[in-house]
Structure formats: structure tokens, C-alpha cells
Write a protein that binds this ligand. Structure first.
Ligand code: NDP
Length: 330
């Protein structure tokens, strides 16, 4: 079996996770990491490969089968994606849902011109959750799909908590509402408001002399971030904060509640997919690495242009042969 030569572009949380996931994949070899920063200043999780400057990436055009883009969705990928799609097979985790159609178009032309595949918006949401939303709708056309997120650390909301006067350290977790999920699972197909679907929980270390009630009030009434939710604020000491709140957990649920049968004899049918992730970035990059394998195979088979998870056959994600998969997993 050929060994797939992969490289990583951008080395933050996802870049580190991608290197760890490639290390777990015997059919893949990491050939290098590319960064916009001075390569000497980038510390890898292990020094098995060189770090190169992003400025030199075109030189490695013929040495890389698939490039895994680990930049941020806000400003890195919109700029890097179209350029790199014209040089390499790429896979990325672009997660600005509203801008996916526009981003798809920006990758499609350069990828087609270069004869490469550009697979965008891979991860868990978008990604595995999107596939499960599609399955739900296609199999149970009469029904409703619900997505709940959490328990998960939200970077944006944690930043908002830390900006409140009197807060020394703070994190925010989003939690799916158990009662809302039970209503969905019962087949009720409820219409749920924002407040009903998720709750928010904050853990805060106060500055010396700061007042709990003042800080709590400033957080729970903050417009856009907290005012539309039921928010609980827990005050803890720095030691507990450092011990219990340094990880990036996340996850969630996609639930399709549908009905089959006839008007007189209906049956409720529920499809549920869930993730409980100890590390959001490590999981996201594990998904990216499995899909990098598919990108390699699709391009070998002659496919080109922009693709999403909807265009990738599941068997392509595996390192096993189709015959082996039929025998072992069907
Ligand atoms: P980071 O902020 O950790 O990294 C983004 C980029 O910032 C890196 O590629 C790196 O580029 C640069 N960078 C990283 N560390 C430093 C540093 N110390 N100093 C200067 N620059 C640095 O983002 P994440 O890896 O956590 O996430 C990337 C994207 O993944 C997110 O924007 C999100 O949109 C997406 N995502 C998608 C998910 C999905 O399910 N689809 C789930 C989770 C995340 P360089 O090396 O070139 O400097």
C-alpha cells in the first residue's frame, strides 16, 4: 500500500492535533509543517519533521500528496485556501456556516485548473454533524432536525467573561438543555427558543476586592452573549481554575425526529448522533486526517474541484481495502 505524503499548513491547536493524528495513521507520512511565523519560533509536539516558511510552500508542490490547512476560519482560510487549492490537494475545517457557499466557489476554480481536489468544511460541525443532518432529512423526510451543542468551551464567550471588570480568570461552557432534549426524543417535535435549547455556565476567579453580585450581574445581563440565555456563574479560586478548566472539551447532539407510516397508523422514528469530546481541536484534526486520505484517493481516481463531506464516500476514509471493509464492518 502506498504511503500518503501529507503536510500541515498553520500550526495552532488544529496543527498540533493533526500531527498527533497522522502519527496514529500508519498509511500516512508527515513530510513537513508550514507556518507564517519564523520557522525557528514554532515548537512542534515532536521534532520528527522540519518547519518551513509558508512563503516557500510552492517549492514543495510535487512532494506533497495532501496539504491539511489548519488556519483559522475568520481570516486565514479565506486568504490561504484559494491560493493553496491551485497548488495542492487540500482539506480544511472552514466553519463559518453562512459563508460556506461563497468559500466553496473561491476554491472550485483554482482546484479545477490545477487538477486538484479541495475538500472544505471538514470537522464535526460542519462535518460529521452535517452528514447526520443529511441522513436524517433524507431517510425521514417528514420530521424536524435538532442540533444541540455542548458541553463545550466557547472561546468567544470566555473572552467576553474575561473582559468584565473584576474578573481575573474566566471560562464559559455551553450546555444543551436536558429537558429540551427529552422533549425532542419523545417525538413531540417542539419549537424551541434560543433560551430553551442551551444554558450557559461560567467559572470565574475574582480580582482582589471585586464583588460577586456586581460581576455576576454584569455577566448574565450582557447583550448578545448572555442576556438571551439562562446563565449560571460559579466563583472559584485560581488553583481550582488552573486544575479543572484548562482543557477544550466540546461535543453535542444531532437528533432527527420523524414519522413514518400512514395518517392512521403513524410511528415515531428517532435518529440520534452524539459526540463527547475531551479535546475539540484534537478531534477536529482527527477528522481532517481521515478525510485527507479520501482526498488523496479521489484525486488519484481523477476527481478535481471543490468538494464537501457530502461528496465523499465513507469507504474512502478508511485505510482498509473495500474487500476488507465488506468483510469486517458491513
Ligand atoms: P489557532 O488560533 O490555534 O490557530 C490558527 C492559526 O494561528 C494557526 O494555523 C497558526 O498559523 C496561527 N498561530 C497559532 N499559534 C500561534 C501563535 N502562538 N502565535 C501566532 N500565530 C499563531 O486556531 P485552532 O487551531 O484552534 O482552530 C483553527 C480553526 O478551526 C478555527 O478557526 C475554527 O474555525 C476551525 N474549527 C472547525 C471545527 C469544525 O468542526 N469544522 C471545529 C473546531 C475548529 P501560522 O502557523 O501560520 O502562524
Amino acid at each position: 500500500q502506498p504511503v500518503i505524503k501529507v503536510a500541515i499548513a498553520g500550526y495552532g491547536n488544529l496543527g498540533r492535533g493533526a500531527q498527533a493524528a497522522i502519527n496514529q495513521s500508519p498509511d500516512m507520512q508527515l513530510v513537513g509543517v508550514f507556518s507564517r511565523r519564523d520557522p525557528a519560533s514554532v515548537t512542534l509536539i515532536d521534532n520528527s519533521v522540519p518547519v518551513y516558511s509558508m512563503d516557500d510552500i510552492a517549492q514543495y508542490k510535487d512532494e506533497i500528496d495532501v496539504l491539511i490547512l489548519c488556519g483559522g476560519s475568520k481570516s486565514d482560510l479565506p486568504e490561504q485556501g484559494p491560493k493553496l487549492a491551485g497548488l495542492f490537494n487540500i482539506v480544511d475545517s472552514f466553519d463559518t456556516h453562512a459563508k460556506i457557499p461563497e468559500y466553496y466557489e473561491s476554491l472550485d476554480t483554482p482546484a479545477k485548473q490545477a487538477g486538484k481536489v479541495a475538500l472544505l468544511s471538514v470537522g464535526w460541525d460542519p462535518g460529521l454533524f452535517s452528514i447526520n443532518r443529511l441522513y436524517g432529512e433524507a431517510i425521514l423526510p417528514v420530521g424536524e432536525t435538532y442540533t444541540f451543542w455542548g458541553k463545550g468551551l466557547s472561546q468567544g464567550h470566555s473572552d467576553a467573561v474575561r473582559r468584565v471588570d473584576g474578573v481575573k480568570s474566566g471560562v464559559q461552557y455551553t450546555l444543551p438543555s436536558e429537558s429540551a432534549m427529552e422533549r425532542v426524543r419523545s417525538g413531540e417535535q417542539p419549537t424551541l427558543s434560543t433560551r430553551e435549547k442551551h444554558t450557559r455556565e461560567c467559572y470565574v476567579v475574582l480580582e482582589d476586592g471585586a464583588d460577586e453580585e456586581t460581576v455576576r450581574n454584569a455577566i448574565v445581563t450582557m447583550p448578545d452573549y448572555f442576556a438571551d440565555y439562562d446563565t449560571t456563574v460559579h466563583f472559584i479560586d485560581q488553583q481550582t481554575f488552573d486544575r479543572d478548566h484548562q482543557k477544550m472539551p466540546h461535543g453535542g447532539f444531532v437528533i432527527r425526529s420523524g414519522v413514518s407510516g400512514t395518517e392512521n397508523e403513524k410511528n415515531n422514528q428517532t435518529i440520534e448522533f452524539s459526540l463527547k469530546l475531551g479535546s475539540n481541536p484534537e478531534f477536529t484534526s482527527s477528522v481532517l486526517v481521515a478525510y485527507a486520505r479520501a482526498v488523496y484517493k479521489m484525486n488519484l481516481a481523477g476527481e478535481t474541484g471543490a468538494k464537501t463531506v457530502f461528496d465523499v464516500a465513507p469507504g474512502l476514509l478508511s485505510s482498509k481495502s473495500p474487500a476488507q471493509l465488506r468483510k469486517e464492518l458491513l
